[in-house]
Design a protein around this ligand. Structure first.
Ligand code: URA
Ligand code: SF4
Length: 252
Protein backbone atom coordinates (compact mmCIF):
# COMPACT_ATOMS: atom_id res chain seq x y z
CA UNK A 1 0.00 0.00 0.00
CA UNK A 2 2.74 2.41 1.11
CA UNK A 3 5.02 1.52 -1.79
CA UNK A 4 2.28 1.83 -4.36
CA UNK A 5 1.43 5.30 -3.01
CA UNK A 6 5.08 6.28 -3.26
CA UNK A 7 5.21 4.92 -6.82
CA UNK A 8 2.10 6.89 -7.74
CA UNK A 9 3.58 10.12 -6.30
CA UNK A 10 6.81 9.47 -8.20
CA UNK A 11 4.83 9.09 -11.40
CA UNK A 12 3.00 12.34 -10.77
CA UNK A 13 6.30 14.18 -10.22
CA UNK A 14 7.70 12.59 -13.37
CA UNK A 15 4.72 13.56 -15.50
CA UNK A 16 4.72 17.09 -14.06
CA UNK A 17 8.40 17.41 -14.91
CA UNK A 18 7.51 16.59 -18.51
CA UNK A 19 4.90 19.32 -18.46
CA UNK A 20 2.09 16.76 -18.72
CA UNK A 21 -1.04 17.79 -16.82
CA UNK A 22 -1.79 15.26 -14.08
CA UNK A 23 -5.25 14.63 -12.75
CA UNK A 24 -5.31 14.28 -9.00
CA UNK A 25 -8.79 13.60 -7.66
CA UNK A 26 -9.65 16.25 -5.08
CA UNK A 27 -13.09 16.97 -3.68
CA UNK A 28 -15.01 15.27 -6.49
CA UNK A 29 -14.85 11.53 -6.06
CA UNK A 30 -17.11 9.27 -8.08
CA UNK A 31 -19.45 7.87 -5.43
CA UNK A 32 -20.60 4.59 -6.92
CA UNK A 33 -18.92 4.79 -10.29
CA UNK A 34 -15.83 3.27 -8.71
CA UNK A 35 -12.57 5.10 -8.28
CA UNK A 36 -9.76 3.43 -10.19
CA UNK A 37 -7.54 1.25 -8.03
CA UNK A 38 -3.82 1.96 -7.73
CA UNK A 39 -3.06 -0.26 -10.73
CA UNK A 40 -5.61 1.54 -12.87
CA UNK A 41 -4.26 4.91 -11.75
CA UNK A 42 -0.83 3.87 -12.93
CA UNK A 43 -2.39 2.90 -16.26
CA UNK A 44 -4.03 6.32 -16.48
CA UNK A 45 -0.72 8.03 -15.77
CA UNK A 46 0.92 5.89 -18.41
CA UNK A 47 -1.71 6.58 -21.03
CA UNK A 48 -1.41 10.32 -20.27
CA UNK A 49 2.23 10.00 -21.24
CA UNK A 50 1.39 8.35 -24.55
CA UNK A 51 1.31 10.57 -27.61
CA UNK A 52 -2.17 11.87 -28.34
CA UNK A 53 -4.05 10.37 -31.26
CA UNK A 54 -4.12 12.35 -34.45
CA UNK A 55 -6.80 14.99 -34.75
CA UNK A 56 -9.92 13.98 -36.62
CA UNK A 57 -10.54 16.04 -39.73
CA UNK A 58 -13.68 17.99 -39.02
CA UNK A 59 -16.11 17.35 -41.81
CA UNK A 60 -19.11 19.60 -41.79
CA UNK A 61 -22.42 17.80 -41.56
CA UNK A 62 -24.95 18.87 -44.14
CA UNK A 63 -27.02 21.73 -42.83
CA UNK A 64 -30.29 20.94 -41.19
CA UNK A 65 -32.95 20.76 -43.89
CA UNK A 66 -35.40 23.60 -44.10
CA UNK A 67 -38.14 21.55 -42.40
CA UNK A 68 -36.32 21.28 -39.08
CA UNK A 69 -34.17 24.42 -39.17
CA UNK A 70 -36.50 26.76 -37.32
CA UNK A 71 -38.64 24.37 -35.31
CA UNK A 72 -39.20 24.99 -31.60
CA UNK A 73 -39.32 22.11 -29.12
CA UNK A 74 -43.04 21.24 -29.43
CA UNK A 75 -42.92 21.39 -33.23
CA UNK A 76 -39.77 19.28 -33.35
CA UNK A 77 -41.20 16.70 -30.93
CA UNK A 78 -44.35 16.55 -33.06
CA UNK A 79 -42.42 16.05 -36.27
CA UNK A 80 -40.16 13.31 -34.88
CA UNK A 81 -43.14 11.54 -33.30
CA UNK A 82 -44.67 11.04 -36.73
CA UNK A 83 -41.45 10.34 -38.61
CA UNK A 84 -41.33 7.55 -41.17
CA UNK A 85 -38.20 8.76 -42.94
CA UNK A 86 -36.26 5.53 -42.48
CA UNK A 87 -37.05 1.84 -42.12
CA UNK A 88 -36.60 1.86 -38.35
CA UNK A 89 -40.07 3.35 -37.91
CA UNK A 90 -41.67 -0.02 -38.68
CA UNK A 91 -40.16 -1.76 -35.65
CA UNK A 92 -40.67 0.87 -32.98
CA UNK A 93 -43.15 0.86 -30.13
CA UNK A 94 -42.63 4.59 -29.92
CA UNK A 95 -40.11 7.25 -30.86
CA UNK A 96 -37.46 7.94 -28.21
CA UNK A 97 -36.99 11.63 -28.73
CA UNK A 98 -34.68 12.66 -25.90
CA UNK A 99 -35.00 13.81 -22.31
CA UNK A 100 -33.62 16.27 -19.80
CA UNK A 101 -32.70 19.86 -19.19
CA UNK A 102 -33.24 21.92 -22.31
CA UNK A 103 -30.70 24.47 -21.00
CA UNK A 104 -28.09 21.86 -20.11
CA UNK A 105 -24.36 22.48 -20.06
CA UNK A 106 -23.79 18.88 -21.11
CA UNK A 107 -25.56 16.96 -23.83
CA UNK A 108 -25.05 13.21 -23.75
CA UNK A 109 -25.46 11.44 -27.08
CA UNK A 110 -25.81 7.69 -27.35
CA UNK A 111 -26.49 5.30 -30.17
CA UNK A 112 -30.07 4.13 -30.36
CA UNK A 113 -32.93 3.05 -28.11
CA UNK A 114 -32.81 -0.52 -26.83
CA UNK A 115 -35.74 -2.63 -25.66
CA UNK A 116 -36.30 -0.77 -22.37
CA UNK A 117 -36.06 2.62 -24.02
CA UNK A 118 -38.43 1.58 -26.82
CA UNK A 119 -41.01 0.55 -24.21
CA UNK A 120 -40.59 3.56 -21.92
CA UNK A 121 -40.00 6.23 -24.57
CA UNK A 122 -36.92 7.58 -22.77
CA UNK A 123 -33.21 7.17 -23.58
CA UNK A 124 -30.87 5.26 -21.29
CA UNK A 125 -33.33 3.74 -18.84
CA UNK A 126 -31.95 0.18 -18.86
CA UNK A 127 -28.82 -1.19 -17.15
CA UNK A 128 -26.49 0.90 -19.29
CA UNK A 129 -28.57 3.90 -18.32
CA UNK A 130 -28.08 3.15 -14.62
CA UNK A 131 -24.34 3.18 -15.12
CA UNK A 132 -24.54 6.36 -17.21
CA UNK A 133 -26.39 7.97 -14.29
CA UNK A 134 -23.58 6.98 -11.93
CA UNK A 135 -20.97 8.32 -14.31
CA UNK A 136 -22.75 11.68 -14.55
CA UNK A 137 -23.26 11.84 -10.79
CA UNK A 138 -19.53 11.25 -10.33
CA UNK A 139 -18.72 14.55 -12.04
CA UNK A 140 -21.57 16.31 -10.22
CA UNK A 141 -23.80 16.56 -13.25
CA UNK A 142 -26.72 14.32 -12.27
CA UNK A 143 -28.97 12.92 -14.99
CA UNK A 144 -31.63 15.64 -14.51
CA UNK A 145 -29.05 18.37 -15.16
CA UNK A 146 -28.04 17.15 -18.63
CA UNK A 147 -29.89 16.53 -21.88
CA UNK A 148 -29.79 12.99 -23.29
CA UNK A 149 -30.48 11.90 -26.85
CA UNK A 150 -29.43 9.28 -29.38
CA UNK A 151 -28.14 9.22 -32.95
CA UNK A 152 -31.37 7.49 -34.05
CA UNK A 153 -34.75 7.86 -32.35
CA UNK A 154 -36.20 4.45 -33.17
CA UNK A 155 -35.01 1.06 -31.94
CA UNK A 156 -33.07 -0.96 -34.51
CA UNK A 157 -34.12 -4.62 -34.81
CA UNK A 158 -32.22 -6.98 -32.47
CA UNK A 159 -30.35 -3.91 -31.16
CA UNK A 160 -28.11 -3.89 -34.22
CA UNK A 161 -26.10 -0.75 -34.91
CA UNK A 162 -27.97 1.92 -36.85
CA UNK A 163 -27.03 1.87 -40.52
CA UNK A 164 -25.44 4.82 -42.24
CA UNK A 165 -28.60 5.89 -44.07
CA UNK A 166 -30.70 5.59 -40.91
CA UNK A 167 -28.31 7.84 -38.99
CA UNK A 168 -28.30 10.25 -41.90
CA UNK A 169 -32.10 10.46 -42.04
CA UNK A 170 -32.27 11.09 -38.30
CA UNK A 171 -29.38 13.58 -38.14
CA UNK A 172 -31.41 16.76 -38.77
CA UNK A 173 -33.48 16.06 -35.64
CA UNK A 174 -30.42 15.58 -33.47
CA UNK A 175 -28.82 18.62 -35.05
CA UNK A 176 -31.83 20.76 -34.14
CA UNK A 177 -31.83 19.33 -30.59
CA UNK A 178 -28.18 20.28 -30.19
CA UNK A 179 -28.89 23.73 -31.60
CA UNK A 180 -31.82 24.28 -29.23
CA UNK A 181 -29.99 23.04 -26.11
CA UNK A 182 -26.77 24.79 -27.14
CA UNK A 183 -24.73 22.79 -24.61
CA UNK A 184 -21.25 23.87 -23.59
CA UNK A 185 -20.00 20.35 -24.30
CA UNK A 186 -21.19 17.08 -25.79
CA UNK A 187 -20.36 13.67 -24.35
CA UNK A 188 -20.48 11.08 -27.13
CA UNK A 189 -20.89 7.64 -25.60
CA UNK A 190 -19.71 4.78 -27.74
CA UNK A 191 -18.37 4.29 -31.22
CA UNK A 192 -21.60 4.86 -33.12
CA UNK A 193 -22.29 8.21 -31.46
CA UNK A 194 -18.71 9.42 -31.85
CA UNK A 195 -18.29 8.32 -35.45
CA UNK A 196 -21.56 9.85 -36.56
CA UNK A 197 -21.13 13.13 -34.73
CA UNK A 198 -17.56 13.59 -35.89
CA UNK A 199 -18.03 12.00 -39.31
CA UNK A 200 -15.05 9.70 -38.97
CA UNK A 201 -14.19 6.01 -39.06
CA UNK A 202 -11.58 6.22 -36.32
CA UNK A 203 -11.87 3.52 -33.67
CA UNK A 204 -13.10 4.70 -30.29
CA UNK A 205 -9.83 3.85 -28.57
CA UNK A 206 -8.15 6.45 -30.76
CA UNK A 207 -10.83 9.07 -30.23
CA UNK A 208 -11.22 8.97 -26.47
CA UNK A 209 -8.86 11.14 -24.49
CA UNK A 210 -9.01 13.97 -27.03
CA UNK A 211 -11.22 16.96 -27.52
CA UNK A 212 -13.07 17.33 -30.82
CA UNK A 213 -15.82 19.59 -32.07
CA UNK A 214 -19.25 19.07 -33.50
CA UNK A 215 -18.23 21.03 -36.55
CA UNK A 216 -21.66 22.25 -37.63
CA UNK A 217 -22.08 24.21 -34.37
CA UNK A 218 -18.50 24.33 -33.11
CA UNK A 219 -19.36 22.64 -29.80
CA UNK A 220 -16.64 20.66 -27.96
CA UNK A 221 -17.10 16.88 -28.04
CA UNK A 222 -15.55 14.42 -25.61
CA UNK A 223 -15.72 10.76 -26.54
CA UNK A 224 -15.95 7.92 -24.06
CA UNK A 225 -16.85 4.26 -23.94
CA UNK A 226 -20.50 3.25 -24.02
CA UNK A 227 -21.76 2.26 -20.56
CA UNK A 228 -22.97 -1.07 -21.99
CA UNK A 229 -19.36 -1.79 -22.96
CA UNK A 230 -18.17 -0.72 -19.50
CA UNK A 231 -20.60 -3.21 -17.96
CA UNK A 232 -18.89 -5.94 -19.98
CA UNK A 233 -15.36 -4.59 -19.49
CA UNK A 234 -15.24 -2.95 -16.07
CA UNK A 235 -11.48 -2.48 -16.31
CA UNK A 236 -12.07 0.23 -18.89
CA UNK A 237 -13.91 2.30 -16.28
CA UNK A 238 -10.61 3.91 -15.36
CA UNK A 239 -10.30 5.33 -18.86
CA UNK A 240 -13.93 6.44 -18.83
CA UNK A 241 -13.27 8.24 -15.56
CA UNK A 242 -10.38 10.04 -17.22
CA UNK A 243 -12.71 11.07 -20.08
CA UNK A 244 -15.29 12.35 -17.63
CA UNK A 245 -12.71 14.49 -15.89
CA UNK A 246 -11.67 15.90 -19.25
CA UNK A 247 -15.32 16.74 -19.89
CA UNK A 248 -15.65 18.36 -16.49
CA UNK A 249 -12.51 20.40 -17.05
CA UNK A 250 -14.23 22.10 -20.02
CA UNK A 251 -16.98 23.32 -17.76
CA UNK A 252 -15.17 24.90 -14.83
N1 URA B 1 -27.90 2.67 -25.47
C1 URA B 1 -27.90 3.83 -26.16
O1 URA B 1 -26.95 4.14 -26.88
N2 URA B 1 -28.95 4.63 -26.02
C2 URA B 1 -29.98 4.36 -25.22
O2 URA B 1 -30.88 5.17 -25.14
C3 URA B 1 -29.95 3.14 -24.50
C4 URA B 1 -28.90 2.31 -24.65
FE1 SF4 C 1 -37.42 8.91 -38.39
FE2 SF4 C 1 -35.14 8.76 -37.01
FE3 SF4 C 1 -37.09 7.03 -36.50
FE4 SF4 C 1 -35.74 6.85 -38.77
S1 SF4 C 1 -34.92 6.55 -36.69
S2 SF4 C 1 -37.98 6.74 -38.54
S3 SF4 C 1 -35.35 9.01 -39.23
S4 SF4 C 1 -37.17 9.25 -36.19
Amino acid sequence: MFSSTVRHIDQIAYLKSLGIPVWVPRDFQPPEFEQPCAEEKAEIAQSAAEPQAEAVPEIRLSESPAETAKLDWPALIGMVGNCTACGLHTGRTQVVFGVGNQDADIMVIGEAPGADEDLQGEPFVGRAGQLLNEMLKAIHYPRESVYIANIVKCRPPENRNPQHDEALHCAPYLHRQIELVAPRAILAVGKVAAQNLLQTDLPIGKMRGNQYHYAALNIPVIVTYHPAYLLRSPKEKAKAWQDLKLLRSLLV
